[in-house]
Design a protein around this ligand. Structure first.
Ligand SMILES: *Cc1c(COP(=O)(O)O)cnc(C)c1O
Length: 367
């Protein structure tokens, strides 16, 4: 029986192999391995894609959040609000500035930040909110930005899973003070190694972040800020530029697959399907269903050779690394419920309708 993976990076590489080879050879011939025109070209094309003013690339999506927070002056004694049901990087970036992550639970239907609970979490120490556009769907940015503006705090979109998503017609990267992206290989736009970027409407903030990611430099040996070394490799920039040209098509293919799943799994008892808010046009980084007997469903699918995932099995407030924050079980009931019931089904642009039918049949057989 052929294995059907959760994500298939081989299939995508096969479809662009010769273009990738040419792009890599061009960088090797130029012998510019850090910086250079390939990085600037990718930044400007990704800014056009995001419909924002400027993009600054960096080493990875975790650093992207960290650098923007630093540029906004966030540090020890400050608090930054985010959600507990995300990859740990979101909170790690906050912690690494010296600030304290403060969690707000998510909505049961969309698994996105529950804006009804947001204002109560803001204190005089709060400097920023980092909503996560989880699974490729945008958090309710109008409500978040309204509270943020009124209370004088910044908003950074964690768009690591949402390259190209739209909210009320506007692309992520234009909705808050800044947005951060990851180009980890499995993301909707993935490098062949690590990579990240920050998107801005405000050029002054972009300039500050551009300095911070490159040793706080304003000239080769003139350092205005205590920065860090977090640059996008030139080889990765060349790879990303090739792949960016396909991203709208790939996101559309993900949408078609998601639509098939939604249609063909609609009547399965006790299976909760993803809900898309009316204002959203998601890019389906993951297709996540929920079931009260999730582990049994996962075991069944794995036995059928179908790759599945759990995003994420332990909410951040219950991670050992965050024991010092003093949170306890029961504090974020929706995030906790999601962690024990969610299951990610195979979803990638090259997945065929036949593959979807095979997954659907296996889910039906299991339940
Ligand atoms: C992948 C991811 C990150 C971190 O990105 P890296 O490039 O791996 O550092 C941050 N936030 C979310 C929600 C992610 O999915």
């Amino acid at each position: 029986m052929r294995k059907l993976p959760l994500v298939d990076l081989h299939a995508q590489y096969a479809s662009i192999k010769s273009d990738i080879g040419r792009a890599i050879a061009t960088v090797l011939d130029s012998a510019a391995f850090v910086g250079g025109s390939a990085v600037r070209e990718f930044e400007s094309k990704f800014a056009a894609f995001c419909e924002c003013s400027q993009v600054v690339s960096c080493g990875n999506g975790t650093d992207a959040i960290y650098i923007v927070l630093r540029a906004l002056g966030v540090g020890p004694g400050d608090e930054v609000i985010t959600v507990p049901n995300t990859f740990i990087a979101t909170a790690e970036a906050i912690s690494n500035t010296g600030a304290r992550p403060v969690f707000v639970d998510v909505r049961r239907d969309t698994a996105l930040l529950d804006t009804a609970q947001l204002e109560a979490a803001i204190t005089p120490r709060t400097k920023a909110i980092v909503p996560v556009h989880l699974y490729g769907q945008t958090a309710d940015m109008d409500a978040i930005c309204e509270v943020a503006r009124r209370r004088g705090v910044a908003v950074i979109e964690d768009a690591a899973q949402a390259h190209g998503a739209r909210y009320r017609g506007r692309r992520v990267g234009t909705l808050g003070d800044a947005a951060t992206f990851s180009f980890y290989p499995g993301k909707n736009l993935g490098a062949y190694g690590d990579g990240g970027a920050m998107a801005f409407m405000d050029r002054a903030l972009a300039q500050r972040c551009a300095k911070l990611r490159d040793h706080g430099r304003s000239d080769k040996y003139l350092h205005e800020l205590v920065g860090t070394n977090s640059r996008l490799d030139t080889l990765q920039a060349a790879v990303l530029e090739v792949k960016l040209a396909h991203l709208d098509d790939w996101n559309n293919a993900r949408r078609r697959t998601a639509a098939l799943y939604l249609e063909r799994l609609a009547d399965v008892r006790d299976l909760t399907l993803p809900v898309v808010a009316a204002e959203n046009e998601p890019v389906w980084h993951l297709f996540v269903v929920r079931h009260p007997r999730r582990d049994a469903l996962r075991d069944h699918l794995e036995k059928q050779g179908i790759g599945v995932g759990i995003h994420y099995p332990v909410p951040l407030h219950l991670q050992p690394a965050y024991a010092h924050l003093g949170y306890s079980a029961g504090e974020f009931p929706v995030a906790e419920e999601l962690s024990s019931s969610c299951l990610s089904l195979p979803l990638y642009p090259e997945l065929t309708e036949g593959d979807v039918d095979r997954v659907v049949a296996a889910v039906r057989a299991a339940l």
